[in-house]
Design a protein around this ligand. Sequence first.
Ligand code: BG6
Length: 296
Amino acid sequence: ELCKAANGLEKVILRDARGSSAEVYLYGGQVTSWKNDHGEELLFVSSKAIFKPPKAIRGGIPICFPQFSNHGSLEQHGFARNRFWSIDTDPPPLPTNSSSQVHIDLILRPSEEDMKIWPHSYEFRLRIALGPGGNLMLISRVRNTNTDGKPFTFTFAYHTYFSVSDISEVRVEGLETLDYLDNLQNKERFTEQGDAITFESEVDKIYLSTPTKIAILDHEKKRTFVIRKDGLPDAVVWNPWDKKAKAMADFGDDEYKHMLCVEAAAIEKPITLKPGEEWRGRQELSAVPSSYCSGQ
Ligand code: BG6
């Protein structure tokens, strides 16, 4: 279902038979809402988010491509998150069962202006699907369509903003003991110590060679988010905390308490594609009552 939002931008609404739903803006190819079958919102979008180009929408799942953050010479997080994507009416088949699920396929190709910023021709196909149990699936396929024989290299992240009840009650499992690059300390490399990751100040880390499954436990909500990923070895964990929150025009001063970004990514080892080659990166999100997870 394609419709125009009150802000004038086009969005697609996905609804499955059990009542879960997702909302996807063509601007940014960005998921801005994911609700479970009780109608509860699972993603964070700032009340101050600006739904207007050229600013990316603050919240949901921005796509960082072809550059994560400031790891290169392009604008922060690349440009895919502030471009208009199109609906892909005839996508090549995917070897998964997501075609039988409620889904939408989007595509981004470079404009002439884009080619001046990043001189490469590509097709970026994004499938967004609601799976069993209301799971939210995102599958990205990037193909090098350069005709000059040149390879290209990019970094990538699903910059997912999870909605949490109280950041100081949240725990992330699956990243303990791993190496990370600390963006707050000149991208220096450290090793995580201790049991699980908890939050009491600003954090901006890129965990390296992470497992395919990461969990976010929201103690107060008694909810656990599970991220499952393929082709995305890294995981960024970001919360701006109070000072940075105040410095962001499109983010409420206290909203840092109610969000956490855990971003399935490929950063440390950039992806290189020769003409004709395709890369695939997949993330699947589920939200389950915490009691289901005990003992896992
Ligand atoms: C995170 C980065 O992924 O995104 C942070 O690690 C950055 O360094 C944050 O501050 C938000 O970026 P932006 O461009 O959306 O404000």
